[in-house]
Every structure is written in structure tokens, then in C-alpha cells.
Design a protein around this ligand. Sequence first.
Ligand code: SAM
Length: 281
Amino acid sequence: MSPTPDGLPPLRDVIAAHGLSARKALGQNFLMDLNLTGRIARRAGDLRNSDVLEIGPGPGGLTRALLSEGARHVVAIERDARCLPALAEIAAAFPGRLTVLEGDALRIDPAAHLQPPIRVVANLPYNVGTELLVRWLTPETWPPFWSSLTLMFQKEVAERIVAAPGSKAYGRLSVLAQWRAMPRIAFEIPPRAFTPPPKVTSAVVHIDRLEAPRFEADPATLSRVVALAFGQRRKMLRANLRSLGPDIETRLAAAGIAPTERAERLSIEDFCRLSRHIDEG
Ligand code: SAM
């Protein structure tokens, strides 16, 4: 048995000992290489004075790396009860520094367990990843509870998050992620790094929050406008935004945007200005 940096058993042994055969319905693709999970944890920044929220720890490869890298306290939300005994072994090896909450991350509010500064780090289950990201990006008030998000996505989703106006990948996620934060693709991870290997390449995205939004806008209005504007990419704005009211063409004109324009050509500043004109209604 090869030694591991934290003295716990290798992940392959953990998975075998606890019978953690991967379940597709839970988006389970486990990272087996502790060097790689260490690299993800380090990309999140200096963890020593931060609490970390992890979603979907599974057998705990990334959890172990976060703790080894010095995270003050890790709060991990896992839906699959089969993983809890393996996670309890990690908690015992890092006394007082790991809290595991069993359940659905879409329903659990971990706030009571976390102290700022808080960094979110996760190899997200693909089925809930985008929804969680949108929630973290669209709170009513800013700054949000988190200082940074370091998240694994399918590469294609990562490209949407960082895309610039005019590009094919530019859309709702790009606007929401770049309006009040700064996303970057940190590095790619090939399918072979996972067990079982997914069909697509993955990428780690690191997102630092900005202390204030780049442009003024109401988050609920902006979210609604971008969701509608990119609803049918090939359609003009006046068609996609029709449900916002009969005077949408007047509001577009007041914001200096041609009603015949397409969403992918609008900058984040344009979307914010349009949102303000819609709210003035
Ligand atoms: N972090 C581990 C790793 O890197 O190897 C596992 C990552 S795996 C892609 C996703 C994990 O999220 C699985 O352990 C799965 O059981 C868990 N999961 C799936 N849906 C979840 C949900 N709604 N809430 C919390 N955890 C969830």
C-alpha cells in the first residue's frame, strides 16, 4: 500500500472498504489522485484563515486535500449516506475541523456552521452544479457570504462562465458571473482522472467576488432579463423580451439598444442599463 500525505488509506481502498460503487443518478465521478485534489485546494487560495464549504465530498479526496492544505474548518454537504462512514474517518483524522451535513445541497443552508471568510470549493455533481452556481451569484445583497468559488464543471460550462460578448459561449452564466465577480478557468482535467471517467473534459473555474457590482442593477431584474434575452439565441431582443411588457421596444430604445439586436452582442453594462430602464417603469 503506497503511503498518502495525510496517513489515511488511499482512495481506492476507501471506496472498496465502504462499497462506494459510483451512482450515475448522483453525478458520481470520483477524483482518485490526491495530487490533483491538492492542486484544486491550492487554487482556492490560502485556506489557513478560511472556512470552506464543500458540496458533494463523496469518498473525500478533495475534502482531505482541503484539510491538508490547512483549511480552518470544512463544512461538507453530501447526499449519499453511503459516504458518511468514510467521511467520519477523515473527521477523526482532523479533529474538530470537518463537519459533514447529510442531505441535498439545494435544500440545506449551512450558514450557521460557517464563519467568514468563507471559500466554496467543490467537484460539483453535474446535475446540480449550474443551479448552485446561479444561486451563489444572484443573492439580493452583495457582497455574498462567500469570498471565492473554486468549482469543477464540464469544460463547455466553464467556457460559458468566462465568455466575452460576441462569442458563441456568451450567455446567462457569463453575465451573472462577470457582473459582480471575476471568473477564470484555472486548468482542465481529463476524463481519465475520474472513476468512472465522464464522457467530457472538465475544468476548474476560480471565481473571486468583487466587493461591489461593476454596474448598478437589481439582481432579480437582471437575472430575468438575461434568462429571457438568451432564451432563443437566434431571435431578436424585442421577441425574446416581449413578456416583460408591451412597451419593451420603448425601454430598449431608452437604454440605447436597437430592438432588432441579439442578446449575444450586448455587454454586461448594456444588460444592467436595460434592467434599470425596465425597473423605472
Ligand atoms: N468530491 C468528490 C470527488 O471529487 O471525488 C465527489 C465528486 S462527485 C462528482 C459529486 C458528489 O456529489 C457525489 O458524492 C454525490 O453523491 C454528491 N451529490 C450529488 N447530488 C448532491 C446534492 N444534491 N447535494 C449534495 N451532494 C450531492
